[in-house]
Ligand binder design. Structure first.
Ligand code: SF4
Length: 209
């Protein structure tokens, strides 16, 4: 018997995008379950769990019901690591409904589905990412953890086209991390690296999800 496409989800909610270039934009989030990495600074460890099995139709229904009260143009598929699951049918359905789809990924899986916006956030210790993100990423986010160094920033900057911004995002807006982000930015400027910016997690300042 043909089984409808399904996904493991953690939560679906309406908020604003707190990170990256789309910061501040109304967005409906679909948080998918599971991650292949185990970053010590992860602020969504609860998404490492198994999640709830939902068909794509059920996810769409939930998104639509939120959308009626909060008609955001953007949907963000996040996690965990969304590309661990087969998200192509969900992306297609969302786009059929006229919605733009952002995918937030650690970059370790190939970006096969045609999302409208890929945010790639390579993680320590390897800071590895699939080569095709070089063309597909709209932005690159680096969490300013204890592990982040100027060499990593330089390597990542040189791996992506100069038109793709590299954002230095302080770890949970911590003061030490903000100070480190500024230092890394100053070093990047001195090294002649372009399109690197300091950032912040806006949703934590506004105290929204
Ligand atoms: S890649 Fe992201 S979701 Fe996965 S453990 Fe690291 S910070 Fe958490």
């Amino acid at each position: 018997m043909h089984r409808p496409p399904s996904l493991k989800t953690i939560e679906i909610f309406a908020s604003v995008q707190g990170e990256g270039l789309r910061q501040g934009e109304p967005t409906i989030f679909v948080r998918l379950a599971g991650c292949n990495l185990r970053c010590s600074f992860c602020d969504t460890k609860y998404a490492w769990e198994r999640g709830r099995v939902q068909t794509v139709a059920e996810v769409i229904q939930q998104v639509r019901s939120l959308w009626r009260g909060f008609p955001a143009r953007w949907i963000c598929l996040t996690g965990g690591e969304p590309l661990r699951q087969s998200i192509a049918p969900l992306i297609r359905e969302l786009q059929k409904h006229g919605l733009a789809v952002q995918v937030e990924t650690n970059g370790t899986f190939a970006p096969r589905p045609a999302a409208d916006w890929y945010t790639v956030s390579p993680k320590p210790p390897a800071y590895a990412f699939h080569a095709s993100f070089r063309k597909k990423a709209k932005e690159v986010k680096l969490v300013v953890s204890r592990a982040l160094t100027t060499d990593v920033v330089r390597g990542v900057r040189r791996s992506f086209p100069a038109t793709v911004p590299v954002l230095l995002q302080p770890q949970s807006n911590a003061r030490w991390s903000m100070a480190k982000a500024m230092k890394l930015l100053e070093e990047a400027v001195r090294l002649g690296l372009i399109n690197i910016r300091v950032s912040v997690q806006l949703h934590k300042i506004y105290q929204v999800k």
